[in-house]
Design a protein around this ligand. Structure first.
Ligand SMILES: Cc1cc2nc3c(=O)[nH]c(=O)nc-3n(C[C@H](O)[C@H](O)[C@H](O)COP(=O)(O)OP(=O)(O)OC[C@H]3O[C@@H](n4cnc5c(N)ncnc54)[C@H](O)[C@@H]3O)c2cc1C
Length: 583
């Protein structure tokens, strides 16, 4: 997802606390994956050969397939509605633009930057030797221009955010530190969440665990029904200079100078706290070969007990019990699939699950079957909130931002394009950038209302509007961009909410949806059911690959246990679902 940078140096200096898990599960998926590498999720499942269906070949479906295929006696069949492609695996969508003599230039239409606290993602990136680089041009990390209410401010790397954002960034940092603690200083006299977490990580005793979970529980209780707007406005009233409406507007438009919070104002404040405490905005890296290379690598490593059927949209799932045998059947756009399945994993977004009929008693081929998911989980599938998001990329003949003095590499503005990033896919090992080869400009990255508003405009119309705005924001930059564009036909634009099979960009709960989220997340622990759900939209990391991968591991463990496999000790099946009360 990645919306914004945390306040300058909030988690950055070397003494900062770094979480090893997610606050809602406190489960170390990195350690679990080391065990899985050594032993598999389970050695085998007993009895006759079992067949598991997986719906969706995004990262969560592919991880399920990869890990289940390593269990003896399991065959896996993956169904994906799209055609086979090297560049698209759901929201892992990397368009490759060849550049003779240099690396391909990538347009990451979906996920793009990855925090090192995504331990399970980095486990698989490392396994397949996929190179990442820390050179993502985040605002304030590279020369940045902020354009707010018709005034431009230059932001030199490593300086505090300029103009009105200096104070806003300081204030936001104060608010966060008062609320959750300061990651760079352990405070044992007046501990807050991060202090308790740091103490627990160095000494995971029961008493320290209780102190930590009590601390997160008190934040859950205080904020589970509160919007980001309401929480931040209320908390800011305790500052020496309480925020007024104009501060909320500036914070909404440009956050702490590095990307606006306005489209997030309506979401539950707990979702924002998760981003902060889990370290998801810190030290993000990008993948030089494009993130979809992870999918390509996984697919080419799948053994012969896995097959993927593309261009097959599943429209219904039926559980059939006959002559003492229970199995699942899938209905697709091309009719009933020929196989009977022992278990099914649905690894899609929640709206896609809803459109498969998972929120209703099944009416398949004129017959009625009971619902496959509990009513609590159905509520989650119907209601959990997905943000919208749009991106527009273009290819340039040169990395012109390096070649002309005083051009920004990043522009953040309250005008329609919102966030612009200049991307260099030829990283060097030295501090010096590689000025040769084509450039990639992410001309606009927006989400929420800012995305919905653009939806009626074609890519060309958007580009023209953005260019006109850029001429006012920084005419030199706009001129260089215009002169360097290879061709308008290189432009690529996406609105995720109108993308078939996805229907939204990423889950961010509204107030009041925490209990539903918890039911959806822990669905994999329901032993009696052979149908499991996975994907970032049923996770505690909506909008992050980490959410997709960890829920995939949960579902794979659920399947192995359902098929009577001997799941290794220390698996996510042992996460205690009642640690927190979200209702
Ligand atoms: C704009 C954007 C920016 C992002 N930025 C980041 C980031 O910077 N860092 C990060 O870590 N994460 C980011 N993410 C999130 C990341 O992309 C997702 O968490 C991850 O890709 C989700 O994987 P998934 O397998 O859960 O779902 P998906 O990728 O949605 O895969 C689901 C698959 O199921 C298929 N499908 C759906 N319905 C059916 C059906 N009925 N039958 C058959 N197949 C079906 C779909 O075609 C799709 O291929 C971003 C996402 C977006 C959209």
């Amino acid at each position: 997802m990645s919306f914004f940078n945390v306040p300058h140096n909030f988690f950055r200096d070397s003494s900062s606390f770094v979480p090893q898990s997610m606050i809602d599960t406190l489960f170390d998926y990195g350690k679990f994956l080391q065990d899985v590498d050594a032993h598999g999720i389970a050695p085998s499942v007993p009895g006759s050969q079992k067949t598991v269906a997986i719906i969706g070949a995004g990262i969560s479906g592919l991880i399920c397939a990869y890990e289940l295929s390593r269990i003896q006696n399991i065959n896996v069949k993956v169904y994906e509605m799209n055609d086979q492609s090297d560049s698209v695996a759901g929201r892992m969508y990397s368009i490759h633009n060849p550049d003779a003599g240099y690396n391909d230039k990538i347009f990451e239409m979906g996920c793009m930057r990855f925090p090192p606290t995504s331990y399970s993602l980095f486990h698989y990136l490392n396994k397949f030797n996929i190179q990442t680089t820390p050179n993502f041009p985040d605002p304030g990390k590279v020369p940045t221009t902020i354009y707010y209410e018709n005034s431009a401010y230059n932001w030199n790397p490593k300086d505090p955010a300029p103009g009105p954002f200096t104070q806003i960034a300081k204030d936001f940092s104060t608010i966060l530190k008062d609320l959750i603690g300061d990651p760079s200083v352990l405070d044992t006299d007046n501990p807050r969440l991060i202090d308790y977490w740091s103490i627990y990580q160095s000494d995971p005793s029961t008493i320290n665990l209780t102190a930590l979970t009590n601390s997160w529980q008190s934040l859950i209780t205080a904020y589970k029904d509160v919007t980001f707007y309401e929480a931040i406005f209320t908390l800011s009233q305790q500052l020496a200079s309480p925020w007024k409406q104009e501060d909320m507007n500036a914070f909404g438009a440009l956050g702490v100078g590095s990307g606006g919070f306005g489209p997030l104002y309506e979401v539950n404040f707990l979702e924002i706290l998760r981003i902060m405490v889990n370290g998801w905005e810190n030290g993000q890296e990008f993948v030089v070969s494009g993130i979809s290379s992870l999918a390509t690598n996984i697919i080419s490593s799948l053994p012969s007990n896995v097959s993927i059927k593309y261009s097959t949209q599943i429209t219904g799932i039926t559980k059939v019990s006959a002559a003492g045998v229970t199995y699942y059947q899938l209905i697709g756009n091309n009719g009933v699939q020929g196989l009977n399945f022992d278990a099914v994993i649905v690894a899609t977004t929640t709206p896609a699950m809803e459109y498969m009929g998972l929120t209703m008693p099944n009416q398949i081929l004129g017959k009625s079957f009971p619902s496959l998911l509990s009513s609590d989980v159905q509520v989650a599938l119907r209601n959990l909130h997905l943000m919208s998001s749009s991106k527009l990329f273009i290819l340039t003949k040169t990395k012109f931002w390096y070649l002309t003095d005083n051009l920004p590499y990043n522009i953040q503005t309250d005008e329609a394009l919102r966030g612009l990033y200049c991307l260099d896919y030829d990283p060097t090992s030295s501090e010096q950038p590689n000025t040769e080869g084509y450039g990639v400009v992410l001309v606009s990255y927006v989400w929420g209302d800012d995305s919905t508003r653009l939806q009626a405009l074609t890519a060309n119309q958007r580009y023209n509007i953005f260019l006109e705005r850029l001429k006012i924001i920084d005419n030199d930059f706009a001129t260089q961009l215009e002169n360097n564009v290879i061709s308008l036909s290189t432009m690529e634009c996406i609105d995720w909410q109108s993308t078939a099979g996805i229907y939204g960009a990423f889950k961010l709960n509204y107030p009041g949806q925490e209990q539903a989220n918890s039911c959806a997340f822990f669905q994999y622990q329901q032993e009696e059911q052979g149908l499991f759900i996975a994907g970032d939209s049923v996770s505690y990391a909506g909008g992050w690959m980490e959410g997709a991968i960890t829920t995939a591991l949960n579902a794979a463990c659920g399947v192995a246990r359902y098929l009577n496999g001997d799941v290794i000790a220390g698996s996510p099946l042992e996460i205690v679902s009642t640690t927190y009360n979200y209702s």
